[in-house]
Write a protein that binds this ligand. Structure first.
Ligand code: C2O
Ligand code: CU
Length: 474
């Protein structure tokens, strides 16, 4: 298999004029637009050995002929240009998940751009204001396109390097494979859509089932975890280790250990942890996902080199990352709205809270405040709320269903203020927040980015069957 790694081309001045197009005035502007970072991404079918040599290669859809797609590494505050070519047999778009960018670059078909037709291309240009761990994926026919493997990391580097020995990325994907390692059909099963969504049977780390990851005693690793699954929630525990969470959805938080040492990652969520490798040389430690009761498995193992520790004591360099320029919402004067998440199956099989739901399409099983928008995005989606530009908002996400929902807002990072009215510690920001069944989460943000922005559940089946809405910033 040939692996196509994109090259970052530094183009002196050539694109200087184009770089500023559409950059919202409220976002930091490019300090030096001559440092255009340019990439090419081709979306196309491919074949990849996901489960090892003893199985046939898996037919996938992917970026750059690989799973996951190429890791795009860019500098904070410097313009980025990505030319996306579509060689799939159907329309696609690319959504730059978590990046605060101009609406026209957000990749929602119909709403923010026309879809990219087969054989055509689209040029995305934006200047990432925030450093951190982000990712990209299609926003067209998402169940199939994301479910067949289209996802890649977008890493925005801090201006000063962070004091760690290694920076590792784990793109975690969940696949439903047949016994011949092919992607099972049946995307969009209505019964599944009204429950947990399409949870698979094979989990890969960076595009392959993982036996082990080699580490050295004494080293400090920054590990970037990205849940690229369609529907699978994860709760990761590192046997014998104490990961310190330093960023959530790319945004730095006060460094802290996760409750019970369990890192909760719903679909689309990211967590950056710092791991001081204090295990014994020569030993292996399992990384366990025990989100689903009775279905725990190990994702991989940390395999220590047998050599002597790199250093006798853990580094004492500070763990906190530099803050990003996200505007601080004024919670005291913020306008407040409640978004009720509704629908889905209960134990007995009845739909919950769907009476009087105004479906925009058939096959709706979920809704927000009595409305169901289905699909991946299209023209003419009426906004649920119109927000005033520059104003602070508090949204209460009230989950009235029996299921978990990782709720994603495009175009913003928001403060996670409270859960069930208890304040959330460690100054957490997010773009995708996990709302457990029957619980409530309050989020806050400044509506500084104009446009029509999607807000939806990132369990893809839930999104496409109704748990989606649009917020307009006028
Ligand atoms: Cu990660 Cu609307 O998407
Ligand atoms: Cu959901």
């Amino acid at each position: 298999m040939s692996v196509i790694v994109p090259s970052a081309i530094t183009r002196r001045s050539l694109l200087a004029g184009a770089a500023s197009v559409g950059v919202a005035a409220s976002l930091p502007s490019a300090a030096d637009s001559s440092r255009m970072q340019e990439f090419g991404l081709t979306a196309a079918p491919g074949r990849v050995p996901l489960v090892g040599e003893s199985y046939p290669a898996t037919e996938v859809w992917c970026y750059g002929n690989r799973i996951p797609g190429p890791e795009l590494r860019v500098r904070q505050g410097q313009p980025v240009r990505v030319v996306v070519r579509n060689e799939l047999p159907e329309d696609t778009t690319v959504h730059w998940h978590g990046i605060r960018l101009p609406n026209a670059m957000d990749g929602v078909p119909g709403l923010s751009q026309p879809p990219i037709k087969p054989g055509e291309q689209f040029v995305y240009e934006f200047t990432p204001p925030d450093a951190g761990t982000f990712w990209y994926h299609p926003h067209a026919d998402s169940l199939k396109q994301l479910g067949r493997g289209m996802a890649g990391a977008l890493i925005v580097e801090e201006p000063e390097p962070v004091a760690v020995d290694r920076d590792l990325l784990w793109m975690l994907s969940d696949w439903r494979l047949t016994s011949l390692a092919q992607i099972a059909s049946g995307f969009g099963n209505a019964m599944e859509a009204a429950m947990s969504g399409r949870v698979g049977n094979t989990i890969t780390v960076n595009g392959g089932v993982s036996e082990q990851v080699s580490v050295r005693s004494g080293e400090r690793i920054r590990l970037r975890l990205v849940n690229c699954a369609l529907a699978r929630m994860m709760a990761l525990r590192f046997e014998g280790h104490r990961p310190v969470v330093v960023a959530i959805d790319g945004q730095p938080c006060e460094p802290h250990e996760a409750p019970g040492g369990r890192l909760l990652l719903g679909p689309a969520m990211r967590v950056d942890v710092v791991l001081d490798m204090q295990g014994d040389p020569g030993r292996r430690y399992r990384v366990i996902d025990d989100f689903y009761d009775g279905l725990s498995y190990w994702l991989t193992q940390l395999a220590y080199d047998a050599g002597p520790p790199m250093r006798a004591h853990p580094l004492d360099a500070p763990l906190s990352l530099p803050r990003n320029p996200v505007p601080e919402p004024d919670v005291a004067t913020a306008e407040r709205h409640v978004l009720r998440l509704q629908g889905g199956m209960m134990g007995g099989g009845a739909m919950m809270g769907m009476g009087g739901m105004q479906g925009m399409g058939h096959g709706a099983s979920w809704g927000i405040n009595g409305h169901s928008m289905t699909g991946d995005g299209h023209a003419g989606m009426p906004p649920l709320l119109t927000l005033q530009r520059g104003r602070s908002y508090v949204l209460t996400l009230r989950n009235e269903t029996a299921w978990w929902h990782p709720m994603h807002l495009h175009g913003f990072s928001f403060r996670v203020l409270s859960r069930n009215d208890s304040p959330v510690p460690y100054r957490q920001w997010a773009d995708t927040v996990l709302v457990p069944p029957k619980e409530t989460v309050d989020i806050a943000f400044v509506a500084d980015n104009p446009g029509d922005w999607m807000l939806h559940c990132h369990v893809t089946d839930h999104q496409v069957s109704g748990m989606m809405t649009v917020l307009r910033v006028a």
